[in-house]
Design a protein. Sequence first.
Length: 326
Amino acid sequence: MINQFRNLNPINLLILFAYTFFMRMAIFADLPPSLQFEFLEPYTKFFIQMPLQNTFSPAGNVFFAGIIIFVQAILFNRVVNNHGLLSKPGYLPALLYVTASSLFMPFLILSPTLICNFLMIWIMDKFLKMGKSLNAIMTMFDVGMIIAIGTLIYFPFIVMLAMLWFTLLLYRSFSWREWISGLVGFLTIFFFVGVYYYWNDNLSMFYKIWLPLTNKFPSVFTINYNDYLVLVPVVVMIVLATLQLRENFFRSFISTRKAFQMLFFMFIISIVSFYTKPDFRLYHFLLCVPPGAVLLAYYFSNAKKRWFYESMFLILVFAIQYFLFV
């Protein structure tokens, strides 16, 4: 399977489509009686009415989630290939994106983070282009607006603002205009949101939007480790990929080094942003899939022993299916 997807063969698109729904057969085999799709945050519903909660049947919900994952995988694959993050172009990024998006049952249904991953991929593309542009002011402004749109859909997306400055530190020499342009783009969207709240005499509700930012990062976690055993092969692959990346780090192009450092920060920020939503759900960690899938694809793109990397991938697929069914 891995060897097949190392090449840019169009037939891989058909295999990928079938694979996307193969990875969802556990939920299709035992569909819940109902699935709700909360598309927007409550503060956004105040001025945008989109009654999608009960629009889809359970089967329709899972089906459209699968279609969205497939489309995102193709877009993600194109971004990775266009920026030369792997040794050679292929469909490995798309394959690993679909695989990582199937790790847990909540990943298989429509959710706000699933929609936000379109924005994550878009932001990745914008950041990766930054090293080639003479002026990053408009790029930062655009990314700030994208983050604001994501925040309207899912509040923890606001923490991606930190990526504006991490990325500038990696790619650019200091320019105060570039450092504030992203924040200006973000505030532009929320300025109009605030105006709408003001016109409707609900400015106090607008202030409450920001209260989750004052939440304390939890010091105690209640974790059922059995629910996360599926991550064991993923962690092994990430460790192998990290060792491989370290070995090739100084032999890689400077742009590639910076790209992986940027993706590492994006991965970490995606994880820690859960603290801004006290009632967060497991689907939050779908935000980690785009940067994480690049690292997994890097390992499989550079692995040498076919019997080993093909076995590792089969173990991962088997583990995902096993824990989805049990």
